[in-house]
Design a protein around this ligand. Structure first.
Ligand SMILES: Cc1cc2nc3c(=O)[nH]c(=O)nc-3n(C[C@H](O)[C@H](O)[C@H](O)COP(=O)(O)O)c2cc1C
Length: 366
């Protein structure tokens, strides 16, 4: 296996990465009352010591009363939480790593299994989490403007604490994606509309505010997915033309890197070419992209939540696409969650030491 391209450095604005491997953002719910503990810092620092090129944090929520459905998801606001994040980035840097927080608002979401609820109802473009399931209230324009400012403050704090970049979570059916999707955005004001481009206004205003807060030289990543939990096979953009009309305005608003979430990276995005989502996003916008989805593992992550175990799998197809220049960076989730030394084992070709992923790995921070 020739992994030369995977271990080439990558530089873009504030990012100086030793290799192309990105730890994908993964919610762990080990931050009581929204405060990342010393164990959380140790967990990320171990991945930095294990030579992960760029660590993206688990989703961490902005300063809105109902941005999270889980009291153990970290906040990215408030003195104590930000002090926790300061410890994280200091330890990651001390171990030689680079890191950005994934800034998140969950939007309209299902209640947490513990029965915990935030102080105010969940909020989104409409009251819908998906067609037929309402669990909150539609945001007013004042809510929208305050939320945009809260995204901006979080990004400014990320820069102030010394993070290397920031990622905005615009994927997987959460707030930003709820604005994109016609299944959840039925607004009749300027934040809704018949076309995906019209429904992108919220995301564009978030990106512009984030860019205003962090300046031109700080790297902004936007994570997107065509799929959502309510519709695995659905696509926001059904053709390359629709994808261009969606992504180009986001790029123009200030995105530096598109993080293109798929469940299986090898699946072509459109008929007629084998390019995946990250491949198309790079081709259409010229921006750098990250691919992700079952890299190095036999099964995909949502099946893993249902208990399906995965075994290590070959990187040949990934390397073929990376060498061809389809994308710049590769996101690895569960394999790095299960093994802080996954990157080192790939680098040193110690593939017989690779471990698989089983749901039990979620029970603790290793
Ligand atoms: C435990 C777990 C938590 C996750 N939490 C998030 C999250 O907070 N934000 C996000 O964008 N994706 C999240 N994901 C999706 C991952 O970032 C990634 O896209 C997915 O696991 C596919 O990569 P993999 O096949 O290498 O695991 C999560 C995945 C897992 C397994």
């Amino acid at each position: 296996m020739d992994t030369t391209t995977l271990f080439k450095p990558f530089q873009l604005k504030s990012l100086n990465l030793k290799n192309r491997i990105v730890m994908a953002p993964m919610t762990r719910s080990f931050s009581p009352n929204g405060v990342p503990t010393p164990d959380v810092a140790r967990y990320y620092a171990k991945r930095a010591a294990g030579e992960v090129g760029l660590i993206l944090s688990e989703g961490t929520v902005i300063d809105r009363p109902s941005s999270s459905a889980d009291p153990n998801i970290p906040h990215f606001y408030g003195e104590q939480s930000l002090a926790g994040w300061q410890r994280v980035i200091d330890q990651v840097h001390a171990a030689g790593g680079s890191m950005g927080p994934q800034i998140w608002h969950q939007g309209i979401i299902e209640n947490h299994h513990s029965g915990w609820l935030p102080a105010t109802p969940f909020e989104g473009p409409s009251e819908l989490n998906r067609p037929g399931f309402a669990n909150g209230r539609a945001m007013t324009e004042a809510d929208i403007h305050d939320t945009i400012r809260a995204f901006g403050r979080a990004a400014a704090d990320a820069k102030r604490l010394g993070f290397d970049c920031v990622e905005l979570h615009g994927a997987h059916g959460y707030l930003i994606d709820q604005f994109f999707w016609e299944g959840t955005n039925n607004r009749t004001d300027g934040y809704g509309g018949k076309t995906l481009a019209e429904r992108s206004r919220f995301a564009i205003e978030v990106i512009k505010e984030v860019r205003r807060q962090v300046g031109d030289d700080f790297t902004i990543i936007l994570r997107l997915s065509q799929w959502k939990p309510a519709d695995y096979t659905g696509k926001l953009a059904k053709t390359p033309q629709e994808m261009e009309a969606w992504l180009q305005p986001l790029a123009d608003a200030g995105v530096d890197i598109f993080h293109c979430s798929q469940r299986r990276f090898w699946e072509p995005e459109f008929e007629g070419a084998d390019l995946n989502f990250a491949g198309w996003a790079k081709k259409l916008t010229g921006k750098a992209t990250i691919t992700v989805g079952s890299i190095g593992l036999s099964g995909e992550f949502l099946a893993a939540f249902r208990g399906e175990s995965s075994v290590p799998s070959s990187l040949d197809e990934l390397l073929r696409r990376l060498d061809r220049g389809d994308f710049d960076l590769v996101g690895v989730g569960r394999a790095i969650l299960a093994d802080p030394n996954w990157v080192l084992k790939i680098k040193l070709n110690r593939t017989e030491e690779l471990v698989g992923f089983a749901k039990e790995a979620l029970a603790e921070l290793v």
